[in-house]
Design a protein around this ligand. Structure first.
Ligand code: B12
Ligand code: SF4
Length: 629
């Protein structure tokens, strides 16, 4: 009987998977909450020089790609676009990806889904599900607190033992100074979770400190990249760079060695962004990491006395310098608000970070996600500030607000300090785009005569990245206020001249254009115009022929008319605040959560999906929450 039921479910299923809706950054929502990574969290103070890139929700692409049922993925629809989608199609399940800071959007979306598609089961997934069931249950039929492909396959009675294959999900390359590169960046999710278990880390504890390998080995990872490149070329895109999503890629030594072997055999100099701890990175030489193809590595600086085990390894200064000398830029993340830090200490650590010359920096506030040991400690010791004790404003679970009592800081003083660090980083070291260029330039010079053919090819590849950056150097000093930053730009120009030659006539001729475009993009950003992502709609198995994917640049809003984008912006800035004020009384964004700390302390370690259901059911088939005992 069960098998018959399962068969019927799998035959009839029609899945919609969606991100939370745009617009982002409305009333009460932190300015960092959006669809971009660099601009929101890293280059946010760099004005026109900020790196702009909309990132799609890769988790949804991965799920949709690996189901048998037809599925549509919406990245960043507006509420209206979501409504139209629900009205036009008959979806049996609607899955929503969200984080804690965007939970308020889930509530609005769930109401819309219930109204326009009452038969659809709502499935909640992503890291917002660290919130307690008491909060999520009214908006969900299923809650996924695990790897999502397997979970959805269970719900749909599909084969849970089938391999999980990498999805094709590129994003547009960055735009800088108002110039959008025409290329796209591929993406491979190699693994989820992290064994390091830092006390504040949501993703590590979400997966109970286990590393879930999505791609079986280093060879398969390489193949996945090559496949995505082929597919992109077929679709008319130029894809020569990839982001590898795995929390600590280098920690899993054998896999990284296999990958290196695959790259060596492939003979192509790749361009990669990846994540790695000092501990993991220290297992390889910088030359090996460069051969793998990493151009940018996101690694943690955290705090001098933070004491995380992942920081053990090669001395940090030596490691960063070695990476740089091979043309590998570093994105370094610092945490502020550790109990031992006061203002003086933060500035002294910041000075040390600056001396390491990272190309990019992130400064986040030490804060407690439900499900982490840090949350448990804060809840047990009643260290939440009164306003976060019973009725926390979840919109500010974004790394840019202080929720705890601190011996030296108030929320205002720490948040002001955080903003000052971003500004100071820009002012001292200059625009990240030029810091990246300087690192790559160093690599070009140092690797030119390397005995490794791959490193020589790397030198040549990095060299090709530089002329377009050189084009902007004439305008840069006019757009920079800080003398230190201007000085660095002048140095870079000299170094470029030595390695790739002086500015050309074309470079000089485009200077006024770069100036206007850089200034314009800064102005638009300040006024919040044309900053929202656009809808990218992707169909999987909806017709017998194949998957259909709209232009990837739709993410940057390219499919919408200018008029409709400006219209949305004006609605967002002028009308929505008024509308929200009126509706706030009936649907407050700040939730009252009874025993919030206790509820979440119970959830530390994050329970399996549908908590009781899986452990009590005789099969591993999760039930809808409404059927839970
Ligand atoms: C890429 C990324 C982004 C991108 C894309 C957003 C996205 N939702 O993917 C951008 C840059 C837009 C972004 C923005 C933000 N992010 Co972010 N982001 C990440 C990052 C680095 C990688 C996520 C990823 O792609 N992983 C690879 C995919 C394949 O895995 P996955 O997402 O985990 O998905 C799997 C499962 O979780 C599950 N699943 C996920 N969604 C769903 C949905 C359904 C229906 C189901 C069934 C299952 C399911 O199945 C998937 C396949 O197994 C993570 C950190 C990390 N390492 O995971 C932070 C992370 C998710 N982000 C985080 C935060 C806080 C934010 C911001 C609030 C940042 C800010 N400062 O304002 C904003 C929110 C904006 C928004 N629109 O939601 C936190 C969330 C913590 C929390 N509990 O709330 C994380 C965990 C970082 C951290 N350690 O703090 N982010
Ligand atoms: S190393 Fe990074 S991903 Fe791993 S637990 Fe620590 S903070 Fe999380």
């Amino acid at each position: 009987m069960f098998f018959l039921e399962a068969f019927i479910v799998s035959q009839r299923a029609n899945i919609l998977l969606t991100s939370v809706v745009r617009p982002f950054g409305g009333p009460g929502e932190g300015s960092s909450v959006g669809a971009e990574l660099f601009h929101a969290q890293i280059t946010r103070a760099q004005r026109g020089f900020s790196l702009r890139q909309v990132i799609r929700v890769w988790g949804l692409d991965l799920i949709a790609h690996n189901l048998r049922a037809p599925a549509v993925v919406l990245h960043y629809p507006s509420l209206r676009e979501l409504r139209v989608e629900l009205q036009r199609h008959h979806y049996t399940h609607v899955g929503i990806n969200f984080v804690v800071a965007t939970f308020h959007k889930v509530r609005t979306m769930a109401k819309l889904i219930r109204r326009h598609s009452p038969h659809s089961k709502i499935v909640l997934g992503g890291y917002g599900t660290v919130l307690p069931d008491e909060l999520l249950r009214p908006y969900a039929d299923y809650i996924c607190r695990e790897e999502g492909v397997t979970f959805m396959r269970r719900i749909l009675a599909e084969d849970t033992t089938a391999p999980i294959l990498p999805a094709y999900s590129p994003v547009p390359s960055t735009s800088v100074l108002g110039y959008q590169q025409p290329t796209v960046v591929g993406h491979v999710a190699a693994g989820l979770g992290c064994a390091n278990g830092c006390d504040f880390c949501c993703t590590s504890h979400f997966f109970r400190r286990k590393h879930i390998r999505l791609v079986p080995d280093g060879y398969a990872l390489y193949d996945a990249m090559m496949e995505s490149q082929k597919r992109a070329n077929k679709d008319g895109y130029q894809l020569n760079a990839w982001a590898v999503i795995d929390e600590d890629f280098f920690l899993y030594r054998r896999r990284a060695e296999e990958f290196l072997d695959a790259v060596r055999k492939g003979g192509k100099a790749l361009s990669l962004l990846g994540f790695g701890s000092i501990k993991g990175l220290s297992q390889f030489t910088a030359a090996e990491i460069a051969e793998m193809g990493f151009d940018l590595i996101w690694t943690a600086f955290e705090g001098k006395q933070s004491g995380y085990e992942k920081l053990n390894g090669r001395p940090i200064g030596e490691l960063y310098a070695d990476l740089r000398s091979h043309g590998i830029a570093v994105l370094s993340s610092m945490i502020i608000g550790f109990p031992y830090q006061d203002t003086k200490q933060v500035w002294s650590e910041f000075a040390e970070l600056m001396s390491l010359e990272p190309a990019l920096c992130q400064f986040l506030i030490y804060f407690a996600f439900p499900g982490t040991p840090f949350f448990e400690e804060v809840a047990r010791a009643k260290k939440f500030l009164p306003q976060y004790q019973e009725s926390p404003d979840l919109r500010r679970w974004d790394g840019f607000s202080l929720h705890l009592k601190h011996p030296h800081f108030t929320p205002k003083s720490l948040e002001t300090l955080q903003a000052a660090l971003y500004r100071e980083d820009f002012s001292r070291l200059g625009p990240s785009v030029y810091r990246l260029a300087q690192t790559w330039l160093t690599g070009v010079g140092n690797l030119r005569h390397s005995p490794s053919p791959l490193l020589r090819a790397r030198s040549e590849r990095l060299r090709r990245l530089l002329p377009s950056i050189r084009m902007t150097l004439g305008a840069a000093p006019l757009l920079l206020r800080s003398a230190a930053a201007r000085h660095r730009v002048a140095e870079l120009a000299q170094n470029m001249e030595r390695v790739i030659g002086p500015q050309t006539l074309t470079d000089r001729l485009v200077t006024p254009l770069v100036l206007a475009s850089g200034f314009g993009s800064d102005l638009l950003s300040r006024f919040g115009l044309l900053q929202q992502p656009g809808l990218l709609r992707v169909e999987h198995r909806t017709t017998a022929s194949s998957d259909s994917q709209e232009s990837i640049f739709a993410l940057q809003g390219s499919r919408q008319s200018l008029l409709s984008r400006v219209g949305e912006d004006l609605y967002q800035r002028l009308i929505r605040p008024l509308a929200e004020r009126v509706s706030a009384s009936s649907d407050p964004a700040v939730l009252s959560i009874p025993n919030w700390s206790e509820v979440n302390t119970r959830q530390t370690g994050v329970p399996p999906s549908c908590d009781g259901c899986i452990s009590t059911a005789s099969t591993d088939q999760p039930r809808a929450l409404s059927e839970c005992p």
